[in-house]
Design a protein around this ligand. Sequence first.
Ligand SMILES: NC(=O)c1ccc[n+]([C@@H]2O[C@H](COP(=O)([O-])OP(=O)(O)OC[C@H]3O[C@@H](n4cnc5c(N)ncnc54)[C@H](OP(=O)(O)O)[C@@H]3O)[C@@H](O)[C@H]2O)c1
Length: 249
Amino acid sequence: MSAPVCSVTIVTGGSRGIGRCIVERLCADGHAVVFAHSRSDDEAAALQTAPHEAGFVAQAVRVDVATDDAASRLFDAAEALGRVTGLVNNAGITGRIGAFADLTDADLQRVVAVNLLATVRLCREAARHWRGRGLDAAIVNLSSVAARTGSPHEYVAYAATKAALETLSIGLARELAAERIRVNAVAPGTADTTIHARAGMPDRAVRVAARIPMGRAARPDEIAAAVAWLMSAQAAYVTGAVLPVSGGL
Ligand SMILES: NC(=O)c1ccc[n+]([C@@H]2O[C@H](COP(=O)([O-])OP(=O)(O)OC[C@H]3O[C@@H](n4cnc5c(N)ncnc54)[C@H](OP(=O)(O)O)[C@@H]3O)[C@@H](O)[C@H]2O)c1
């Protein structure tokens, strides 16, 4: 049996988009990573293999983060690899793009369950694991500029869950600071990922480019770089921050 690896980080939604870049970047920075995905098996398998060949550890766990036991399953898998000191709550969905009056109950419940309830549960699991251990642990929650703009005519309920994640991050940062647990949020602007196709507008990143002061959507690795910095010792005195990575939006 191989020796346990130090410094394991859990990343939810690691198989595609921003999460995939976060996994790759954290592996390159020396983290062993356990990442969750709910159905994209081919992408997850490819992501497990690539870092492994480069000498890094990235292990996929197929779990819907909205299920009751997702947090304990992810922590169990991560603890089998070594000492867990990081959590990145990245998995998120927008629901169908469109007018607020057309929001379905099914979409509303799913958006709240995946974006908010799952993140709260994972943060709670982390707080329980890390309480009293003085580990210098870190959490980053993926918000969105939608928390500030409200995303009118697109996905207001999604925006509301992201605003809630920012409040959660600030409150937890203050409550857990004495436990040496840092909690921050990253608020991306539009990034060119598969989230928009799932919302019903695959070319959204191109469509909104003109509204962005820098004139283009983000590359997912530009968001991952901000997350990696907040997870690193270089951000040792940063907690309760919401960092926009949005091209000036
Ligand atoms: N892209 C943007 O423009 C943008 C802007 C602002 C904020 N964000 C935020 O950034 C985060 C990542 O977005 P993205 O654009 O990279 O999304 P994406 O391309 O749709 O990727 C989402 C990832 O999350 C996983 N996932 C989704 N639901 C899950 C669930 N219930 N359980 C486990 N894994 C799940 C997906 O894998 P499976 O399909 O296998 O589940 C996939 O790996 C989200 O929180 C999003 O709100 C994105």
